[in-house]
Design a protein around this ligand. Structure first.
Ligand code: BG6
Length: 479
C-alpha cells in the first residue's frame, strides 16, 4: 500500500452515504464553502444506493439553498465536479466502479457518512478494489458505543488504514471558539501562572440545549447525553482546558497532551454522575415507552495530574434546558482576607469562555463602585467578543483532512481513553429523575458539586455594548 504522507494533499474526495442526512446538512455546504474560499479543485464522488448523477446534483443545490449558500459560481463548480457511483456498500462491484471513476487519483479521501455498522464492509471492499491504496478515511461520531466496541472499530479500520490515514471527526474541534481555548491558553502568558490547583477552585463546563431530540428519537434512545456529547465534545473541551503545553509544533504534540490529560481522568463512578430525563421524552417517536436513557447529565471529573489534583471539573449538558449556549467557567480561589470588610460575595473571580452561540473570553472580577465607600460590584472584563460567524466546523475539518492535517481529529488512543472515563456509568437502567422542559435539569444535579460550589447558568445572549470592555456582570439566571 502506498501511504499518503502527512501534509500531502488528497487528490479526490469520495463520500459514502451521498443521499443521506449528513451529506445534505454538512458535506455539501462544507464543500461549496471550500470551493468559494479556498478554490478547492478535485473530483468529488458520491456513492449511494439510489438515484443518479442528476438527482445528486439537485440534492446538492437543494442543500445549499436550505443553508443560505448564495455563491452561484461555487455552486456551479460543485455540481460540475460531482460524480456518482450507484451501488451498495456490501457489493464489490460498486467499489470496482468507484476505482474506475477515480481514474488517475492516487490519494483519495474516503468519507464514510454511513452508520458505523457498515464501516467493516466498506473498508474491506475499499481494500479489495484497490481504492484504499494511498488513501485516507474520514469517519464520523459516534465512534463505537462503549470502550469494547470502539476498540473493535479501531481494529477493523486499522486492518486497512494505518492511524495517520484515519480522520475521526468531532465537529466541536472544528469550532473557532474551541480552537481558541487552545490558542488563548498557549499564545498568552497571563493564564499559565494561575492555571493550576494553587489558584483554580473549580472548572465548570455547561453545554445547554433548548432543543428536544426532535426527529432523532430512535438514534438518541440508543445513545443518551453521555454518549452523544460528553464522551466526545465535552471531554475534548476538558482536555484542551486541562492539557499541558504541547512540546513541539507538530499535530501530534497537541494530540499527545490531549491524550495524556484524558488518560489521567479517573473513570467515573455512579456517585460522580446525576442523570435526568425531560418530561415528555418518552413520547418522542422512536423512544421506548419505558426508556431510562438520560437527556441530561451532570458530572464531576477528577483530573489526577500534578497540575489539577483536587480541582473538580464539573460537566453538565442537557436537552430542553432554558437556553442554547455552551460555556466554560474557571473559578479562581477567593482572596485570603476580606480587606475592605465587605460581605463575602457569593462568587469568586473567574475566567469565562463562551463557546456557543457567540464567542467571548472574559474575566469576572470585582471593581469599586463610584462613591465614598470601599464597596465593589461584580464586573466582567472582556478580552474578546465575537458573533458566531466563523467558518463552519465541517468546512474547516474537511479542508484539513484533504491537506492531511490531523490536529483537529480525535486520535485512536484519545477516543479509547474517553470511553474509559465514561464506560462505568453507561446504560444505567435506573429511571433517571424527571425534569420539566425549560428548567436547568433535576435539582439532584447539585449532588455532584463539592464544598458549596454552585452551578452557573449561561445566558441566552450576552449584553455586551459595542466598544465596552467592562460591563456589570450578568446576573445569574433564576433557577
Ligand atoms: C451533536 C449531537 O454531535 O452535537 C447533538 O449529536 C447536539 O445532539 C450537537 O445537538 C451539538 O452541536 P452544535 O454544533 O449544534 O452545538
Amino acid at each position: 500500500m502506498t501511504a499518503t504522507r502527512p501534509g500531502e494533499r488528497s487528490d479526490a474526495l469520495v463520500f459514502f452515504g451521498a443521499t443521506g442526512d449528513l451529506a445534505f446538512k454538512q458535506i455539501f455546504p462544507a464543500l461549496a464553502g471550500l470551493i468559494r474560499d479556498e478554490s478547492l479543485d478535485l473530483p468529488i464522488v458520491g456513492v449511494a444506493r439510489s438515484g443518479d448523477l442528476d438527482s445528486l446534483r439537485d440534492r446538492a443545490r437543494e442543500s445549499l439553498r436550505a443553508h443560505g449558500f448564495t455563491d452561484a459560481s461555487a455552486t456551479r463548480v460543485l455540481t460540475d465536479r460531482l460524480r456518482y457511483v450507484k451501488g451498495s456498500d456490501d457489493d464489490i462491484a460498486t467499489f470496482g466502479a468507484l476505482r474506475r471513476e477515480l481514474g488517475q487519483a492516487r490519494h483519495p479521501l474516503h468519507y464514510l457518512a454511513v452508520p458505523p455498522s457498515l464501516f467493516g464492509e466498506v473498508v474491506a471492499n475499499l481494500e479489495a478494489s484497490g481504492c484504499a491504496a494511498g488513501a485516507r478515511i474520514i469517519v464520523e461520531k459516534p465512534f463505537g458505543h462503549d470502550l469494547a466496541s470502539a476498540r473493535d472499530l479501531n481494529e477493523t479500520i486499522h486492518r486497512v488504514f494505518a492511524e495517520p490515514a484515519v480522520f475521526r471527526i468531532d465537529h466541536y474541534l472544528g469550532k473557532e471558539p474551541v480552537q481558541n481555548l487552545l490558542y488563548f491558553r498557549f499564545a498568552n502568558s497571563i493564564l499559565e501562572p494561575v492555571w493550576n490547583r494553587d489558584h483554580v477552585a473549580s472548572v465548570q463546563v455547561t453545554m445547554a440545549e433548548a432543543l428536544d431530540v426532535a426527529d432523532r428519537g430512535a438514534f438518541y434512545d440508543q445513545a443518551g447525553a453521555i454518549r452523544d456529547v460528553v464522551q466526545n465534545h465535552l471531554l475534548q473541551v476538558v482536555s484542551l482546558l486541562a492539557m499541558e503545553p504541547p512540546s513541539g509544533r507538530t499535530p501530534e504534540a497537541v494530540r499527545n497532551e490531549q491524550f495524556k490529560v484524558l488518560d489521567s481522568i479517573r473513570p467515573l463512578a455512579p456517585t460522580d454522575v446525576v442523570r435526568g430525563q425531560y418530561r415528555g421524552y418518552r413520547e418522542v417517536k422512536g423512544v421506548a415507552a419505558q426508556s431510562t436513557v438520560e437527556t441530561f447529565a451532570a458530572l464531576r471529573l477528577h483530573v489526577d495530574t500534578w497540575r489539577w489534583s483536587g480541582v473538580p471539573f464539573y460537566v453538565r449538558t442537557g436537552k430542553r434546558l432554558p437556553v442554547t449556549a455552551t460555556e466554560v467557567r474557571v473559578e479562581l480561589k477567593r482572596p485570603p482576607q476580606a480587606v475592605f470588610g465587605e460581605l463575602q460575595p457569593p462568587d469568586a473571580d473567574y475566567f469565562r469562555f463562551r463557546l456557543t452561540p457567540d464567542m467571548s473570553i472574559s474575566l469576572g472580577a470585582r471593581a469599586k463602585k463610584p462613591g465614598e465607600a470601599m464597596v465593589g460590584e461584580p464586573v466582567e472584563l472582556f478580552a474578546s467578543h465575537q458573533s458566531g460567524t466563523e467558518r463552519p466546523p465541517y468546512q474547516r475539518l474537511i479542508g484539513d483532512a484533504i491537506r492531511g492535517d490531523q490536529t483537529l481529529f480525535a486520535r485512536e488512543d484519545w477516543v479509547e481513553a474517553a470511553w474509559r472515563v465514561v464506560d462505568g456509568v453507561l446504560d444505567d437502567a435506573t429511571p433517571p429523575p424527571v425534569y420539566e422542559p425549560g428548567t436547568w435539569g433535576p435539582p439532584e444535579a447539585s449532588r455532584v458539586l463539592l464544598r458549596g460550589d454552585r452551578w452557573h447558568e449561561p445566558a441566552e445572549t450576552l449584553r455586551v455594548e459595542a466598544g465596552a470592555n467592562v460591563v456589570p456582570r450578568l446576573a445569574p439566571a433564576v433557577r
